[in-house]
Design a protein. Structure first.
Length: 119
């Protein structure tokens, strides 16, 4: 299983950014995918989840109306479109999948991509 995030960078407040997570090693369309973030000196938090069929669920209150999670099962990729970015959105963003193996859940994480919001 491999999850590789990309697309992070520096963006001005009010700007937009789309980050991606390319997945491999499992049947991508069968699993929910999630984006998490870890802001400086904060614990990692859930940002959004999307079902295998492409239905977004579980947006964090802090990003509702600004962020959109989506996926392309043909490309084994999940996206996070981030609009109206704020300085407090600065974080390392991670994608995550939980696979069921031998009847037990196993969580896999990507290496993360840094998003910095600053003027």
């Amino acid at each position: 299983v491999q999850l590789v995030e990309s697309g992070g960078g520096l963006v001005q407040p009010g700007g937009s950014l789309r980050i991606s997570c390319a997945a491999s090693g499992f049947t991508f369309s069968s699993y929910d995918m999630s984006w998490y973030r870890q802001r400086p000196e904060k614990e990692r938090e859930l940002v959004a989840t999307i079902t295998g069929a492409g239905r977004p669920t579980n947006y964090a209150d802090s990003v509702k109306g600004r962020f959109t999670i989506s996926r392309d099962n043909a490309k084994n990729t999940v996206y996070l479109q981030m609009n109206s970015l704020k300085p407090e959105d600065k974080a390392v963003y991670y994608c995550k999948v939980v696979l069921i193996m031998r009847r037990a859940p196993y969580a896999y994480w990507g290496q993360g991509t840094q998003v910095t919001v600053s003027s």
